[in-house]
Design a protein around this ligand. Structure first.
Ligand code: ADP
Ligand code: MG
Length: 338
């Protein structure tokens, strides 16, 4: 067989395998783009669990006409210029892969208008080479991305889509996680034209109302607030007392939602050392540290991070969470390691 360069669409479809697993992963990438664009209001409309339509509208910075083609191209990003930037990345995205990947496995249109532009423009990519077509459109300041017929041209992926209900529940869960990542965002989620969730922007970062909206009133009433920090490390959030059965377990690192093994392990250890081997009850925990101390470029979907001083961070989390578990159960003996 001769060696040939893959056509753009095929190359993008292969890359899509890493970031676009299901409708919820599309929603994650698009909402994160809206957040990176400085949006304060994001509307997420879903039809048929995202099989048919995923539409994200934001009031962010928008994209100028001349950059629409680039936005849909692979390895094109406005968020990163040098390797050094990667060392202290503060945006949620930086790989420049999402729009190219998603548009290679769906019918994607991108409409946008920066506030200082007269006209809004719409773009979509077509064919094997993904040539971008551009036309004028009507659109308020900000961006709308519509993703129709996800995986229509990749039957192998489509086969793995679950029922509408299951796919929507993944999206709903994701939006709840995002709602707790940024209290100042106004978010609306609709499914088949019905409003499912609505979060009003909250000026204070510790809004227990929003926690109640996501994790339930009982969680918000029973959880203790924890706050701890030293040497540039900060941890805060809510932790349920032992014996409560709410399974909300959300963690964030520098505003990015995570399912990081080290963090989860440290939290579990804190409970084990104070309350014995118990099922870890619910928590919503935020960790903040110098961005140069954490590598987010470990996983394409950025679920995990790598801490430069893993041991230190682990111990810090254990100590901080132990404090709050002990305060919730004053009758428990203090362990000598604490
Ligand atoms: P990345 O987020 O890694 O940069 P993407 O493929 O997700 O890559 O997006 C490519 C580029 O398109 C972004 O860097 C950004 O400049 C632009 N972009 C995407 N979505 C939006 C949006 N909602 N508002 C403004 N610009 C956007
Ligand atoms: Mg992105």
């Amino acid at each position: 067989m001769s060696i040939e360069i893959l056509p753009a669409r095929l190359a993008n479809q292969i890359a899509a395998g890493e970031v676009v697993e299901r409708p919820a992963s599309v929603v994650k990438e698009l909402v994160e783009n809206s957040i990176d664009a400085g949006a304060t209001r994001i509307q997420i409309d879903i039809e048929r669990g995202g099989h048919k339509l995923i539409r994200i509208r934001d009031n962010g910075a928008g994209i100028v006409k001349d950059e629409l083609t680039l936005a849909l191209s692979r390895h094109a990003t406005s968020k990163l210029k040098t390797l050094d930037d990667l060392e202290c990345i503060s945006s949620l995205g930086f790989r420049g892969e999402a729009l190219a990947s998603i548009s290679s496995v769906s019918r994607l249109t991108l409409s946008s208008k920066p506030a200082d532009q007269e006209t809004a423009w719409q773009a979509f990519a077509e064919g094997r080479d993904m040539t971008v077509q551009i036309q004028p459109t009507a659109h308020p300041d900000g961006t709308t991305i519509e993703v129709k017929d996800l995986f229509f041209n990749t039957p192998a992926r489509r086969k793995f889509l679950r029922t509408e209900k299951t796919e929507f529940s993944h999206i709903d869960e994701l939006i709840k996680r995002i709602a707790l990542s940024r209290f100042d965002l106004a978010l609306t989620l609709t499914h088949n034209q019905k409003v499912i969730r609505q979060f009003r922007a909250r000026p204070d970062p510790y809004s227990v109302e929003r926690v109640a909206q996501v994790a339930g009133k009982v969680f918000a009433q029973q959880a203790s607030f924890v706050e701890s920090g030293h040497d540039g490390l900060k941890l805060y959030g809510w932790v349920l007392p032992v014996g409560c059965s709410n399974q909300t377990q959300y963690t964030y690192v520098n505003g990015r939602m995570m399912r990081d093994k080290l963090i989860l392990h440290a939290i579990r250890q804190a409970f084990e050392e104070t309350a014995g081997a118990v099922d870890t009850p619910g928590f919503v925990i935020y960790l903040e540290l110098d961005p140069t101390q954490v590598d987010v470029n470990v996983h394409p979907a950025k679920h995990e991070v790598r801490f430069h001083q893993a041991r230190l961070i682990h111990d810090f989390i254990v100590q901080a969470v132990k404090q709050v578990v002990l305060s919730e159960r004053p009758e428990l003996p203090l362990s000598d390691s604490g």
